[in-house]
Design a protein around this ligand. Structure first.
Ligand SMILES: Cc1cc2nc3c(=O)[nH]c(=O)nc-3n(C[C@H](O)[C@H](O)[C@H](O)COP(=O)(O)O)c2cc1C
Length: 202
C-alpha cells in the first residue's frame, strides 16, 4: 500500500533549511564590497524567460542616502526593525522589453533573482528578510524609478542579532515556530488534490 509522502524522513540542503526571515539584525554590521558584489552576482545570474532579465535593483547600504530613501517607503511595521539591517535592496521589474513588447511575466523572473540573492546571503552567513510592506509610489518617487518599472519588494540583508534585542511583540514573532502547509496538501499527482504517494505507481 502506498502512503502520502511525509516530510519527516528527509532533510533539504542546509542553505535552504537554515534560511529564515529574522527581524533582529546587528546594527553594527557592515557589508564589504566583495560580499555585496557576490550577492548582486547571485541575483544577476538568475534564470528568466528568454533570458530577458526584467529585473533592476536599487541597493542601499546603512548610512547612505539610497538606504534612507528605501527605508522611508517602508510601512511602519517594517520600519520598526529594518533600520538595523546592513542593506536594503529594492527589486523592480520592467514591464516592457527593450523592443517595446511586454515581458512574459516580469514578476516571476524578478522574484527568482531575489530568491538567488536570499540564498546567497545564507551562503555568506548572512540573513535576508523580504518585504512587500512598502509604498510603491513613494519608493518610485524617492528613487526616481521611471514609468514602466514596478517596485516588487524590498529585501533587508544583514547579520543576525539576538531576539532579546527586539521589543516584546517582535520577539514573540521572531521566536515562534515556523510552519508550512503539509506536503500532502501541496504536491499532487493524478488528479488535483490527490497527494503524491510513495512508490512509482502510487
Ligand atoms: C513577497 C514577500 C513579501 C513579504 N512581506 C513581508 C513584510 O512586509 N514584512 C515582514 O515582516 N515579512 C514579510 N515577508 C516575510 C514572510 O512573512 C516570511 O518569508 C514568511 O512568514 C515565512 O517565514 P520564513 O521566511 O522565516 O520562512 C515577505 C515575504 C515575501 C516572499
Amino acid at each position: 500500500m502506498s502512503l502520502p509522502l511525509t516530510e519527516q524522513a528527509v532533510s533539504v540542503h542546509p542553505l535552504l533549511a537554515g534560511r529564515w526571515s529574522p527581524r533582529s539584525f546587528d546594527a553594527t554590521h557592515t557589508i564589504g564590497d566583495e560580499e555585496l558584489l557576490t550577492l548582486l552576482e547571485a541575483a544577476r545570474w538568475a534564470p528568466s524567460a528568454g533570458n530577458s532579465q526584467p529585473w533592476r535593483f536599487l541597493v542601499g547600504r546603512r548610512g547612505d542616502s539610497t538606504y534612507q530613501r528605501i527605508f522611508g517607503a517602508l510601512r511602519p511595521g517594517n520600519q520598526s526593525w529594518a533600520d538595523r539591517s546592513s542593506l536594503l535592496v529594492a527589486a523592480v521589474a520592467a514591464e516592457l522589453r527593450e523592443d517595446g513588447t511586454p515581458h512574459h511575466d516580469p514578476s516571476y523572473d524578478t522574484a527568482l533573482a531575489v530568491a538567488q540573492l536570499v540564498v546567497q546571503s545564507a551562503a555568506l552567513g548572512l540573513h535576508a528578510h523580504q518585504m512587500g510592506g512598502f509604498d510603491p509610489a513613494a519608493l518610485s518617487t524617492a528613487l526616481n524609478i521611471p514609468d514602466g518599472y514596478r517596485p516588487l519588494s524590498v529585501t533587508a540583508v544583514g547579520a543576525l542579532a539576538s531576539a532579546d534585542l527586539l521589543p516584546e511583540e517582535l520577539r514573540v514573532r521572531e521566536t515562534a515556530t515556523r510552519e508550512r502547509r503539509p506536503l500532502a496538501e501541496t504536491f499532487f499527482a493524478g488528479s488535483w488534490g490527490d497527494p503524491l504517494r510513495t512508490g512509482q505507481d502510487g
